[in-house]
Design a binder for this molecule. Structure first.
Ligand SMILES: [Zn+2]
Length: 231
């Protein structure tokens, strides 16, 4: 009888430990992230201040943040997310160019699986043209527009393993990188939109963007927007 009780108590104790471990691991492997916007007075600072450089090897906190950022970006159905947008002052961006991006743009040269860039930096390739195209930002609720960006950039960054990369990029991918790396430096689309740029509220720009598409692409646009509205 005595042994029976001891066994029962131990089994119960082990079960409690396992449940606790499940919650601890569950929470650390996927932290909940909320997008912050420049319209929130308490979040303006983090979005307009240069972010902190990340040290290697990555600490568990950074690894968890990276996993959560990838998950968040996938959930949003967006193409890029920078750590300051989820209220973390770190030089980390997540980028994802899915097939869907190609449906509405003509300059999506290549598709890119979900990946992160750490301590990313870009410089302009001499002689690169500037093009204007629609951009929105999860952290700017009040404005959208045709943002001028360089067609070609030289980007440098570290991957999650701490490996350094330096490459020339162009087209839509280069545009996304400029947008996200700007976040790392505390710059938003509102800093890039000059008075001569087409700009307005997000709704106005969505209507304008739709109006500029071919009939075939309007159908795709509506499908994508309906899917995003459900998320
Ligand atoms: Zn943004």
């Amino acid at each position: 009888m005595y042994f029976y009780f001891i066994e029962k108590i131990q089994i119960r104790r082990i079960s409690i430990y396992m449940i606790a471990l499940f919650f601890i691991l569950g929470n650390s492997s996927m932290m909940a992230l909320d997008i912050v916007t420049v319209e929130q007075p308490e979040c303006r600072q983090i979005l307009t201040t240069p972010a902190e450089r990340v040290q290697f090897p990555l600490i568990q906190e950074d690894k968890s943040l990276i996993a959560a950022m990838k998950n968040k970006l996938e959930g949003l159905g967006g193409v890029g997310l920078a750590a300051p947008q989820v209220n973390v002052s770190k030089q980390i961006i997540a980028v994802y160019i899915p097939d869907e991006a190609r449906l509405l743009r003509d300059n999506v040269n290549e598709l890119y699986p979900m990946h992160v860039m750490i301590n990313p930096y870009y410089e302009i390739v001499v002689g690169s043209a500037v093009t204007h195209d629609f951009e929105g930002c999860y952290s700017v609720s009040g404005k959208s527009g045709k943002v001028p960006r360089y067609e070609q950039i030289k980007v440098s960054y570290y991957d999650e393993m701490g490996q350094f990369h330096e490459q020339i990029e162009h087209g839509f991918y280069a545009r996304v990188l400029q947008h996200e790396i700007d976040h790392i430096h505390g710059l938003l689309i509102t800093d890039r939109l000059t008075p001569d740029c087409v700009q307005g509220t997000v709704d106005e720009m969505m209507r304008l963007r739709r109006a500029e598409l071919s009939a075939e692409k309007k159908v795709i646009f509506d499908q994508i927007m309906a899917r995003k509205a459900k998320k």
